[in-house]
Design a protein around this ligand. Sequence first.
Ligand SMILES: Cc1cc2nc3c(=O)[nH]c(=O)nc-3n(C[C@H](O)[C@H](O)[C@H](O)COP(=O)(O)OP(=O)(O)OC[C@H]3O[C@@H](n4cnc5c(N)ncnc54)[C@H](O)[C@@H]3O)c2cc1C
Length: 467
Amino acid sequence: MNTDYLIIGSGAVGMAFADTLLDESDAHITIVDRHATPGGHWNDAYPFVALHQPSAFYGVNSTELGTRRKDESGPNRGMYELAGGAEIITYYDKVMQHKFLPSGRVSYFPTSNYAGDGRIVSLLSGAQTAVTARKKVVDATWFSPNVPSTHTHNFTVADGVRVIAPNGLPQLWLQREGWPVPRKFCILGAGKTAMDAAVWLLRNGAAPDSIQWVMPRDSWLVNRLQTQPGLEFFNHSIGGEADKLGAFAEARSVEEVFLKLESLGQMLRIDRSHSPTMFHYATISTGEVDLLRKIQHVIRKGRVQTIASDAMVMDQGTVAMEPGTLYVDCTASAISHRICEPVFREGRIQIQLLRAPLVALSAALTAYVEVHGTDDAHKNQLCVPVPFPADLAGYVPATQVSMMNQFRWSQDKALRQWVSNSRLDGFGKMVAELDKADAERQAVLARLRTNAFAAMANMPNLMASAV
Ligand SMILES: Cc1cc2nc3c(=O)[nH]c(=O)nc-3n(C[C@H](O)[C@H](O)[C@H](O)COP(=O)(O)OP(=O)(O)OC[C@H]3O[C@@H](n4cnc5c(N)ncnc54)[C@H](O)[C@@H]3O)c2cc1C
């Protein structure tokens, strides 16, 4: 069969790209994915997973996710709703069934593997379909995260020791013969999944002293207050961005940037007595951090190598463990660090991050530029891939490249308008529509612009200080 664009992956990235391509062109699109329904890794997520960021600016550009209500209870109280995994999967399925397929311009191959060279192989029948892409093959798998239920842990486990993915926690009521109700839990891993598992245990009645937490390293976390889209949060979102750039402008080292942001309430860490070495834009509320601080049994001896019935052998020593402890494996690394490539090449698009950490906006904007850009050189100028931070120092180039992309977009009138109208941008529309007579908020915007120039000027010094 022939198509204009062959998209590999119907996760958040493939869906956001296809949605904008449909709206901005009359192209025919073919989408292939191994999963049976769109939404990518959200199909495999633990039942209590939720977005880090408000639903308001996640998903595809054309279709609102959620209803812009605020949570009235729980640790996210007072802030905009965060869609859970089931809601996200239903949302993407509706986008496929109600928009993509009825358009008559989308062929969808679920439960199918893309085997390269235009070959699609059904995982159910083995049937092969050869697809010729008249324009481009689009790789929407670059950012695909590793998740607990599908990854293989790299430590050994003795017979009789119970290790489950967080997906198994809500099923603990389903007791298997010989497996008593666990009295002790040990969470393995220090990322957002581990935090979600710990919050779930605490909110569901596990006593804080029944939980041990293996934390190979500490993370800086974004305070969710900075990510709220409403005008009522203007001083936290836009004011917060101005303060953040002020910190980039004034700091003499990367560590100082994070400490300044912590003093401004923008960055959080669970244990203030430890210096974080990791930053992956994980976003959390202060309510969740307060809960997590209740866990006192934190094991900082590096990674787990072996779990025996009564001990854990770790990189930096052995820790005695109570027999019967339930281990919750949160060691899947959601991020794979890859060297950036050009987004646009002859016959191919490799979707990458264009504004950290907004994956969906980046994919939708790539589609807009594909349709309206003049040639691959021009398109690549507008879409410089943002290197995802592998360590704290990586926050500087990720911010710098994001800002430079944003500046280039602002120089192209049509693209600027598209970005400021895009629901995936989060704040663009609010800023574009800000009342000119609102002197207080206009002053915040002016501070943002001044600090942006000063931050850009200081970034080479920050990068040099990190070498
Ligand atoms: C728990 C969690 C919470 C997150 N929260 C947020 C958030 O709030 N905001 C945010 O911006 N990001 C968040 N992220 C980051 C996340 O990476 C992105 O939001 C996004 O879901 C990634 O989508 P993707 O399309 O790149 O990858 P995936 O969802 O993994 O989709 C890629 C798809 O490609 C398919 N595929 C791969 N290879 C082939 C092949 N050869 N043939 C056929 N199909 C193939 C896979 O089956 C998969 O369905 C979160 C991540 C996790 C793990």
